[in-house]
Each structure stands twice: as C-alpha cells, then as structure tokens.
Design a protein around this ligand. Structure first.
Ligand code: DLZ
Length: 507
C-alpha cells in the first residue's frame, strides 16, 4: 500500500493523487502542522479556514470509503512537519511509497524530492495550463505578456467565444472597468456562514496557538466546504458580478469587498474549480444577468492572470522569489503590522487586511505595493507580508504578483514598467484622501502626500534603468521641466520622510 498526501490547499475530490490511488488499499495522509502555519506567520483566519476545510475534507473522504490518517495540530505525536508526518505514517503502516500532487511551492517540492521516501509527484491538473503548455507558449517570445497567453486560454476553454472570435468582438473590456467608487455604494457582501462545531473547535485551537500572529480571528464566517463555497459563488454571481467590472478598481472606506467575488481563497484551496467558477460567470452573462465587461473582466483574472502568474513562477524556478533587481533593502515599516499611520489609504488597506485577511487587487497593487516599491522596501519582506496576510496566498500565486508585478524585482518579466503612482491615482479611485491628514493635491511642502514625494524620488533614483522605457519617458520629461529648487525640495522631503519612517516615528 501507498500513502496519498493531500495538502491543505489540495482539497479537491478529483486531485490527481487521489485519482491515481486505490481506495481500500492506499491510505490518505493529511496533517495540520506548525511548520506550514509559521514558515511565514499566516493570518489566523487563513489558518482556521484551512484547518476547518481540511477536517471537513477528511470527513468527506472517509464517508466516500477512503481510509484517512489525519493529524490534528494538538496531537501529542504530531512531528509538526509534512515530511515528519509522512515518515511517521510510513513506519506505522509499512507503506511502500507516497503519491503526491505537485505542491504549489518549491520549498515543499524539494522536501518531498530530497527526503528518504519514495515519492511519486503527479501534475496538479486542477490548473488549466500544464507546465509544458506554458513553457511552449513562452518559448522564443521576447516578452511574456499576459494578454496573449489569455487569448490562447480563451480559445482553449471556449469561454466567452463565438466560434473563433471573442464574444462582443473584443478580447478585453478593461477600459469599461475603471469607474471610481459611487458615492452611495450599496455593494454586495460575500455570503457569510455561522461557524459549526468543527469550525468552532478549530477557532479555539488557532486562537490558542496562533493568536499572536498578525490578524483578527473573529468574527469568522468563511465557507469551509465545497457546498458552502458553491453557495457563496452563486450569491456573488447574482448580486456582485453585475457591477463587479465597472467598480473593480474602486476603493471605498468601510467597504472592503465592494462587488468583488471573494472566491480566490476557495479556488486556491481547491473547494471550487476554476472552470466551475468561470462557467457560472459565463452562464450569468449568457442569461443576460451580467454585462460582458463584468464577465470578461472576471474570467480574464481566472484563466488569464491566475494561470499566467503560476506559469511564470514554475518557469522561472526556485530563485524567482529571491530576486531583487532594484536592490531595495529597507525594512518593512512597523505600521504594516498595526496600521498606525497617518496615510489614510494605507491605514484602511492594512486595517482591512488585519480584520478580513483580504484586500482587493488595487489595494494590494496601487496602495500597499506601490508604497513599498517607491519606499524601497526589500521585496522579500513585502512578499512575506503578503504571503502571511491574505487568505488566498500561496507562493505559486504570490511570487509573480509581488516580486514581479508589484515590486518589479524580477527586472520586468511580468510588468513592462514599475507600478508606481502618485497620490493622484489613489485620490481618483478612492475616497481615502478626503479624510487623510496629508493632502493628495499638495506635491511638496506642508502636508504633501508622501506618495507624491516618493513617486519622484523613486523615478530619480532609478533613472538609468527606466529613462529609456518608452512608457516612462514622458514622466522624466515632466520631472526635468520642473524648477530645480522644487526638484531638490521634493527629493529632500522624500528622504526626510523615509528617515522618519525608519526611525519608527509616526508618519
Ligand atoms: C498554508 C497552510 C497552512 C497554514 N497549514 C497547512 C497545514 O497544516 N497542512 C498542510 O498540509 N498545508 C497547510 N498549508 C498549505 C501549504 O502551506 C501549501 O500546501 C504549500 O504552501 C504549497 O502551496
């Protein structure tokens, strides 16, 4: 007999390792282990979500006739690592080998491959693009832009296709998806679930063991099984999707979700499959219940972006997450852990992350990532913060998003230019600036928003690298046209701001 490893983000009945195994002979191994919860200090809500979903998945497997060796975190025999648990179960069962589905992280792949056990690693075919398919697409291309990959995936899946042509005549409707937040928003909240006995037991455990991690555990209302996740999906498709596209980049105080789906955590843990999510969205469009720009914008995120950034991670290899081409070395400021800053956009985005284990893509990219990039924070510290903080985060998804797209630390494999923006962008797309101690409109001097100062100091610092970038030349011409005294004042105020931040002063 063999052991069948099922990791916390592999909770799918059709998992390749389960398909390959023999029910009645092989034994499933699942384990709650301290190493996975602490190699980055995951948000308590994320740990609770995974442990509860793992326990329910194990129960469903048993009900389906599988034998499952499940280790709870507080089991006195728990070795607290995935490899330790595989070794312990191998010895106890006299197993001949281990079947595994490829983990979403080189760290764990390495542990399985380099350990003493005979482990067969099968492809994770819950993703639409295999490694081979992505490699073939990338082969010989000068630049790896998502848009072209996305078109291939549209053709391959047939989603939003009319014969060989994209529905509506265009591949991408993003130009319709940049509305600022409406003044009287009445957004759709994600469906919430009252904790049952299994969830309550996990909440008590997580409170006790990981209560000191960044993040608020209660209230906890996430879906923790596929049935609940499907209901949450249907609820969002009905109430959120019709406005999702228009306002997908908007940000509003006190409205963490607006019309966003909040289904990435369910997909990334395996409770929902990407195709079932996309089909639900496509069906709503076909039924006339959601406009095309909303359906296309969402489906692009799933079959385009999600697959693309995973492809980049595996194509680039284990060192990708360690890259730091801009040589940024500043420490992540303390206010990322307590939200204590006068910058209203950062306080709101960090506070929301602490409370919900969630922020949407523009809060992540244009508020948090934009700030850390312009401030020169070490990308690996940024990556660790994102990895720990978000309930949907794993290395396969975070590396190309954070190291590549957000921090430009890969030198431009993912992004054609660094995602830096002054306060103007945040002011246009949110209502954060109206209540802020700083002034978005003030470029320099008393009350100037730090984003305005850091924007120019970043461009000035990295002039040699970016001046020749066609998409940035205009910015350098604007900078050069500025009065010299103004330029030096901006640079010196930016330095002063960063100095105060590094000293731990409230900024
Ligand atoms: C994220 C996570 C956490 C917090 N805990 C566990 C765990 O106790 N047991 C487990 O099997 N998986 C856990 N995971 C998910 C793994 O870290 C994930 O499988 C790898 O990072 C690869 O994506």
């Amino acid at each position: 007999m063999r052991l069948v490893l099922v990791l916390g983000d592999q909770l799918s009945p059709g998992l390749s390792a389960l398909r390959e195994a023999e029910k009645g002979t092989d034994v499933v191994v699942m384990a709650e282990v301290a190493e996975e919860a602490t190699y980055v200090r995951h948000h308590p809500k994320k740990i609770a979500f995974l442990f509860a979903a793992m326990r329910k998945f194990a129960a469903a497997l048993r009900a389906d006739g599988w034998e499952v060796d499940y280790t709870e975190l507080d089991d006195p025999d728990n070795s607290n690592t995935i490899m330790g648990e595989l070794l312990r179960r191998t010895e106890a069962r006299g197993a001949e080998g281990v079947l595994a589905t490829e983990p979403g992280e080189f760290r764990l792949i390495g542990a399985l491959e380099d350990g003493p056990l005979d482990v067969t690693i099968l492809p994770d075919d819950r993703f639409l693009a295999s490694h081979k398919r992505f490699e073939d697409w990338a082969e010989g291309r000068k630049t790896l832009r998502m848009e072209y990959f996305y078109r291939e995936m549209r053709r391959a899946t047939g989603l939003l296709m009319e014969g060989d042509d994209p529905a509506g005549g265009a591949w991408n409707y993003d130009h319709d998806n940049r509305e600022p937040p409406p003044s009287n928003a009445d957004p759709s909240a994600p469906m919430q679930f009252t904790p049952d006995e299994t969830v309550e037991a996990v909440l008590t455990l997580v409170e006790d063991r990981f209560g000191d991690h960044f993040g608020t555990l209660r209230p906890f209302w996430f879906a923790t099984d596929p049935g609940q996740a499907r209901r949450a999906l249907a609820h969002w498709v009905k109430y959120g999707l019709p406005k999702f596209g228009d306002y997908q980049d908007a940000m509003k105080q006190g409205e963490p979700y607006l019309w966003h789906g909040f289904v990435a955590l369910y997909m990334n843990a395996g409770l929902l499959s990407p195709m079932e999510v996309c089909r639900a969205v496509e069906d709503a469009w076909k039924a006339g219940d959601a406009p095309l720009n909303c359906a296309e914008g969402f489906i692009r995120q799933v079959i385009g972006w999600r697959e693309y950034i995973r492809g980049i991670y595996f194509l680039q290899g284990p060192d990708y997450a360690t890259r730091n081409i801009l040589r940024h070395g500043r420490d992540l400021p303390d206010f990322f852990w307590d939200g204590e800053t006068d910058m209203a956009c950062l306080a709101a985005s960090i506070g929301q992350t602490r409370d919900e284990a969630y922020a949407h893509h523009i809060q992540r990219l244009m508020v948090l990532g934009n700030f850390t990039l312009m401030a020169g924070i070490e990308p690996q510290q940024v990556q660790d913060w994102f990895m720990g903080s978000y309930a949907d985060a794993y290395e396969w998804v975070m590396s190309a998003n954070v190291i590549g797209m957000s921090q430009f630390a890969d030198g431009g494999i993912v992004a054609s230019k660094p995602y830096v923006a002054s306060a103007n962008y945040i002011d246009r797309m949110s209502d954060y600036c109206s209540g802020c101690a700083y002034s978005a409109k003030t470029k320099v001097g008393e009350g100037a928003c730090p984003y305005n100062l850091l924007f120019w100091s970043f461009l000035d610092r990295h002039r040699r690298r970016f001046e020749g970038n066609g998409r940035m030349g205009q910015l350098y011409r604007t900078w050069d046209r500025m009065d010299e005294d103004k330029r030096s004042q901006i640079l010196s105020e930016a330095e002063d701001f960063l100095g105060r931040m590094e000293n731990g002063e409230r900024v």
